[in-house]
Design a protein around this ligand. Structure first.
Ligand code: SF4
Ligand code: ZN
Ligand code: ZN
Length: 304
């Protein structure tokens, strides 16, 4: 297998693009894929301050590395969830910090246990809630808080094409109209002075992100979060993997066909407007008097 550009030995085959590339041309191709997403969806410019949500995994570290190489003003945010199994959270934090130090990039670290006296799994246990649902609320809150407090223009996450297509498949199977209205790779700020949300890795797959990190010598946490076992999204990913094997390009056609037609779902989501209230405890935009984060963590006015 030879690189289509220089005819040197190819290190990756990309059947969905009818392409094989050597290390050097694959690296350049990844930078182009991310640039394409940023420009096509008008995600941000070199003047914007970007907060990259990093988990220590391949997708978010690849994203941060690429944004830095492309010259974007990007800082990282790592949220330590306090997951002890296999030293998962602390190991992810070590890898993220090592990357930030090597890249000489700014990193914010939020430690949930230090802030709230309890880890995400322990809090979920005491509240009789699913760990992932409590985790989602908490991560969203801190991403938004840091972005707002520190004046970032955009929050960028490492969601790749596999993630986006799997989420779309799950939402379509059950016709979750509220989610179908907001599956685009870019969401503009809710109002002036707020931040946008962007997924610049949306043209890259998990396999491509893995190879990119290997080539760049980026050490990342290879294990999945222990709480992701049995997640329905993994089932949708497996189904899409099989479709892709027999029809290369199916995944990309599925997701980007949806993005092109996303307006079909506009207005079907009752909650797509700006939240009408501000949380009486923390003051962030909220659908209820007390936001889901403050009620989850049992916070009262004097604790904020
Ligand atoms: Fe959080 Fe669940 Fe994702 Fe683990 S799998 S990081 S607990 S949402
Ligand atoms: Zn080449
Ligand atoms: Zn609140």
């Amino acid at each position: 297998m030879k690189c289509r550009i220089c005819r040197a030995k190819a290190i990756i085959s990309l059947p969905q693009h009818n392409l094989a590339l050597c290390a050097e041309h694959f690296d350049a191709w990844m930078l182009k894929r991310v640039t394409k997403a940023i420009e096509e969806f008008g995600m941000f410019s070199k003047e914007d301050k970007i907060l990259v949500a990093v988990s220590g995994g391949k997708d978010s570290l690849a994203l941060w590395d690429i944004l830095l190489r492309l010259g974007y003003d990007s800082s990282g945010l790592y949220i330590n969830l306090g997951i002890k199994e296999g030293d998962y959270s602390d190991e992810s934090e070590r890898l993220t910090t090592a990357f930030a130090n090597r890249a000489n990039a700014e990193l914010y670290v939020v430690n949930i246990e230090q802030l709230h006296g309890m880890s995400i799994p322990d809090k979920a246990y005491t509240k009789k809630r699913k760990t992932c649902s409590l985790c989602g609320v908490t991560k969203r809150y801190y991403m938004n808080k840091i972005a707002r407090d520190m004046g970032f223009d955009v929050i960028a996450t490492g969601h790749n094409l596999d993630d986006q297509a799997a989420a779309l498949l799950g939402n379509m199977l059950f016709w979750k109209m509220d989610y179908l209205a907001k599956g685009a790779p870019y969401s503009p700020p809710m109002k002036a002075g707020e931040f946008a949300k962007a997924k610049p890795m949306v043209y890259c797959t998990e396999k491509e992100d893995t190879v990119y990190c290997l080539l760049r010598g980026i050490a990342y946490i290879e294990r999945e979060c222990p709480y992701s076992k049995g997640a329905t999204s993994l089932r949708w990913k497996r189904a899409l993997f099989e479709m892709e094997e027999s029809s290369p390009g199916a995944k990309q056609a599925f997701y980007f066909g949806y993005v092109k037609n996303i307006d079909l779902f506009a207005g079907k989501d009752e909650k797509e407007d700006v939240p009408p209230l501000t949380c009486r405890v923390c003051g962030t935009p909220s659908w209820n008097e007390v936001c889901s984060f403050c009620s989850t963590w049992d916070l009262h006015v004097d604790e904020i």
